[in-house]
Write a protein that binds this ligand. Structure first.
Ligand code: EPS
Length: 388
């Protein structure tokens, strides 16, 4: 089993992730992780923080001479902004007086529930950890997970389906490579130049109005074998695990697989993906993929399609009404530097989360302590399915 923990505050010195269960013998390219971290930093609508940071990973355990050793892998990313916060984020009690407490919770953020639950009198103690800055490590871990999947031909890609009221028309017949090329060169990670212009105009408008924008991202994974996950127990279902992991991301309010909520309105006869058999390839095929690539909690072998809905960011430059946690006086929520729209980054983050869950299911199915063992089990399983 692959698992990980993250630690670190948004304006603390460093962000950390410890990944456990990573098999031995995989080539680890830190440049690939840094590439994904840079993708997460991009996107029209980001705030001032991304101009300060240049997220780069440092590995301090589990990797030797560019190869995983099977031991826990620890990744660290430095927060460059810490130098501007070292007094306000100090571990030393002597620095307490230097920090002004945040006392006006932002509706939509973890602020109010967090201080009530943890009995804290400074909202900063909550917001520092609740911040989407934490997704830096989700991307680092997901990118590491991709390095298990890619040698076996499994590719993952996240891109933007809509921002605010503007839906991008993503051409349905594009290969993953072409979709990657198009969305990577877009300022808002869409494969539709007309939608890109409309989205940029809406972000500009929101910035002027002190408002924020949410959106929907889509993640596609290709090259999956049939049978990742399992129907036999609730917590082994691949779709359930994907939804859990994606809903744990900051600002996520909805996850759909395939047609998702639209499947509820369709007739069964129009929805389910009819089965055929290709005798040359010796495989069962589908005439459609409305399921989004999972049935009974298992991968079908068709492309996985997941959509994730992110609400607009809750830090508003024109803040909503709120009440002070100390005085109880009604006023407005706290404002601090933030983004107008982080949906292009959210696509990269959702991609990383999906990659981790798929890698976990892959390691579980082809179980192995080493790449060679996984490769043997994988080849044997593919043969079993072909000869079925
Ligand atoms: C983020 C870093 C944060 C925010 C954003 C995401 O940096 P700062 O708070 O210093 O501006 O830009 O976090 C939030 C939107 C949030 O609600 O916390 C990042 O690295 O992605």
């Amino acid at each position: 089993m692959l698992r990980f923990l993250t630690a670190g505050e948004s304006h603390g010195p460093e962000l950390v992730a410890v990944v456990e269960g990573y098999p031995a013998g995989f080539d680890i390219d830190l440049a690939k992780i840094n590439y994904d971290l840079a993708r997460r930093q991009k996107g029209y609508g980001r705030g001032g923080r991304m101009a300060i940071e240049r997220d780069e990973v440092r590995a301090v355990s589990g990797i030797r001479f560019g190869r995983s050793m099977g031991s826990p892998i620890t990744l660290i990313v430095e927060n460059r902004d810490f130098k501007n916060w070292h007094k306000r984020m100090s571990v030393d009690p002597a620095d307490r007086a230097a920090a002004e407490a945040v006392t006006r919770p932002r509706p939509g953020h973890a602020d109010l529930a967090g201080v009530l639950k943890y009995n804290l009198d400074d909202i900063r103690d909550v917001l520092e950890r609740a911040s989407a800055r934490e997704t830096t490590m989700r991307v680092a871990v997901g990118s590491l997970a991709k390095q298990i999947l890619e040698p076996f031909g499994v590719m993952t890609l996240g891109y933007v389906a809509s921002i605010g009221a503007t839906e991008a028309r993503t051409p349905a017949d594009l290969s993953l490579e072409d979709l990657n090329r198009l969305t990577e060169s877009s300022q808002v990670r869409v494969a539709d130049p007309e939608a890109e212009r409309a989205i940029i105009a809406e972000i500009d408008e929101c910035k002027k109005a002190g408002d924020t924008l949410g959106g929907v991202v889509e993640v596609v994974a290709t090259g999956l074998p049939v049978g990742l996950g399992s129907h036999v127990q609730w917590d082994r279902k691949l779709d359930g695990r994907l939804a859990y992991a994606l809903l744990s991301l900051q600002a996520v309010k909805g996850v759909e697989l395939g047609l998702g909520f639209r499947a509820a309105a369709a007739r069964g006869s129009a929805l389910h993906d009819e089965i055929a058999h290709d005798p040359v390839a010796r495989r069962f095929t589908r005439r459609s993929n409305n399921s989004g690539g999972t049935e009974g909690g298992m991968s079908t072998g068709e492309p996985l399609r997941v959509r994730v809905a992110f609400k607009p960011l809750s830090t508003l430059m024109r803040p909503l009404r709120s009440a002070d946690i100390r005085t109880k006086a009604e006023s407005v929520g706290n404002t601090e530097r933030s983004d107008v729209c982080a949906i292009p980054a959210a696509a990269v983050i959702a991609e990383a989360v999906v990659a981790f869950e798929l890698a976990n299911a892959f390691v579980e199915k082809f179980g192995g302590d080493s790449r060679a063992e996984i490769a043997r089990n994988y080849a044997g399983y593919l043969e079993q399915v072909r000869n079925f």
